[in-house]
Design a protein around this ligand. Structure first.
Ligand SMILES: Cc1cc2nc3c(=O)[nH]c(=O)nc-3n(C[C@H](O)[C@H](O)[C@H](O)COP(=O)(O)O)c2cc1C
Length: 484
């Protein structure tokens, strides 16, 4: 490999891993099985706040050095390392750092190189075998091994050439075929459908393991029309080096761990699922889904699968998505012209989608209602939501107890709750009725809860009996000894 053309360290999973190791946040395990042990341990790790990242090696039945990394983003510090932010932040501080970055963000275009570590090993033709990688059975009820969880698919819009990078789960059917599920409305699915509508196969590159910042971008609501590679380049202030995929021409990170390229057709579908999903259920069951015919496999020496299996929230996935998605929603509210947003939180308990809270400094009649409707319908808040709550700016939107206190005391149930019907949901929504599921109706309703003091009489609303901040600080200084 030409050293001058090697992948930028910034976008390499291994340089990120080194930093995490230096923080003392990486554990190594030998000999855990892909059939049960890795999934079992991951479930424990991802449901324990601040649990370490774990690298599994010497997986029985697989080559030594073929590794699986889990719970990579299970702490705020590890996310901060991925995003080039300082360590030691709280989740709210990280979200604020993010919002400031996103607001000023200028995408930085990736740069094409001709070689990189991902090309250290190449399989073509009869050599192709994706089962050499230790794809775990993540949950006991899964219908197969999922190589793609902390992964992403690269596709190109056949009309305008826009490249999208999106995280969609990938199941192993056999040595040369991968099944992948994309929910309706997602960018990768819109691309795929365009090819199918023309009677053409859809080219796809799938990346299983790369710098976590790319995975974070791929699994969050980066605006339509923006390539996630360039967005991450803007975030980190560095150009991502990509190689033009020899089969599809799609750009793949030169420092990626494992990449496959191939085509899906409209004519072939195989059963996909069930899979333990982010809502905490196996809601979408098993359905026929398109299949990627793998035409090439590339991988680094001693490749690392980045694993991020969803679980019942709050889990790793909801914890790491909450700060970023909250920042994205805040930005979208501002861009929609809604002033004086004091804070936003997409709650971990709702998988960072189903429970949105926005804190507001009310300025005019209808301001709170405007917030509710925009938050429920914009790109970041639109998909798979359930409850949107607006609170006054004296409430910390990330603190569920404060939020519920506001709901209990400042809302009047018969007056303060509105509904949006036939909103964008997903087959993954466990509450879609069997009849609507059978009819292909994957919409749901949204409850919009106004838990602010009603604007017109906010000044005569009974005062809260919480002492002012200065008084609480003084009480803490004088009386904290009583607590110990
Ligand atoms: C671990 C993980 C797995 C995911 N799996 C899927 C999936 O199987 N299908 C899907 O449509 N979205 C899935 N998502 C959500 C999408 O990645 C997310 O909605 C993203 O914004 C999609 O990219 P797009 O906006 O470019 O379509 C997953 C997210 C994560 C973090």
């Amino acid at each position: 490999m030409d050293e001058a053309k090697s992948a930028s360290g910034m976008f390499d999973l291994r340089t990120w891993l080194e930093r995490v190791d230096q923080l003392g946040a990486l554990r190594r395990v030998d000999g855990a099985s892909a059939e049960a042990d890795i999934g079992e341990a991951s479930d424990l790790l991802q449901h324990t706040e601040d649990a370490p990242a774990v690298l599994f090696d010497n997986v029985p039945g697989y080559r030594s050095g073929f590794r699986v990394l889990v719970n990579a983003l299970g702490s705020i510090d590890r996310m901060s390392v991925a995003l080039g932010a300082p360590t030691g932040l709280t989740k709210l501080e990280l979200s604020t750092v993010w919002r400031d970055r996103i607001l000023k963000l200028e995408p930085v275009k990736s740069v094409e190189v001709t070689d990189g570590p991902v090309m250290e090993n190449v399989q073509r033709g009869d050599d192709i075998d994706v089962t050499i990688f230790p794809a775990p059975l993540w949950h006991p009820g899964d219908g197969g091994r999922y190589l793609g969880t902390g992964s992403y698919d690269v596709t190109r819009d056949p009309d305008d050439g826009w490249v999208n990078v999106g995280t969609y789960r990938v199941m192993v059917h056999d040595a040369r075929r991968l099944g992948y599920y994309i929910s309706p409305g997602k960018h990768g699915r819109l691309h795929r459908q365009k090819y199918f509508d023309r009677g053409e196969p859809c080219p796809v590159a799938m990346v299983f393991g790369s710098h976590p910042a790319i995975f974070l971008a791929a699994s969050n609501e980066v605006p339509y029309g923006v390539t996630e590679y360039d967005w991450v380049g803007g975030v980190l202030g560095e150009r991502l080096e990509v190689i033009r995929g020899p089969v599809t021409g799609l750009p793949i990170p030169a420092g990626a761990e494992i990449v496959v390229e191939g085509y899906a057709t409209d004519t072939e579908r195989l059963p996909e699922g069930p899979f333990g999903e982010w809502t905490g259920y196996y809601a979408s069951g098993e359905r026929p889904e398109p299949v990627l015919h793998v035409e090439a496999v590339y991988y680094r020496n001693d490749p690392i699968i980045l694993g991020c299996p969803p679980g019942r929230p709050p889990d790793e996935l909801s914890r790491y998505r909450a700060p970023l998605r909250s920042a994205l929603l805040h930005e979208e509210l501002l861009k929609a012209g809604v002033p004086d947003i004091a804070g936003v939180w997409q709650h971990e308990a709702g998988g960072s989608r189903m429970l949105i809270v926005v804190a507001l400094t009310q300025r005019y009649p209808g301001h709170a209602s405007q917030v509710l409707h925009v938050a429920a319908s914009c790109h970041t808040g639109g998909y798979a939501g359930k409850y949107v709550i607006v609170v006054d700016d004296d409430i910390d939107p990330s603190n569920l107890e404060e939020v519920m206190w506001a709901v209990c005391t400042r809302s009047e149930p018969a007056e303060s709750i509105d509904f949006v019907r036939r909103a964008w949901s997903t087959p993954l929504d466990p509450r879609i009725t069997p009849a609507r599921r059978a009819a292909g109706d994957f919409t749901n309703s949204r409850a919009l809860i106004d838990a602010t003091r009603p604007f017109e009489w906010r000044d005569s609303f009974p005062p809260v009996n919480v002492p002012p901040l200065a008084a609480r600080q003084s009480a803490l200084a004088r009386w904290s000894y009583l607590l110990h």
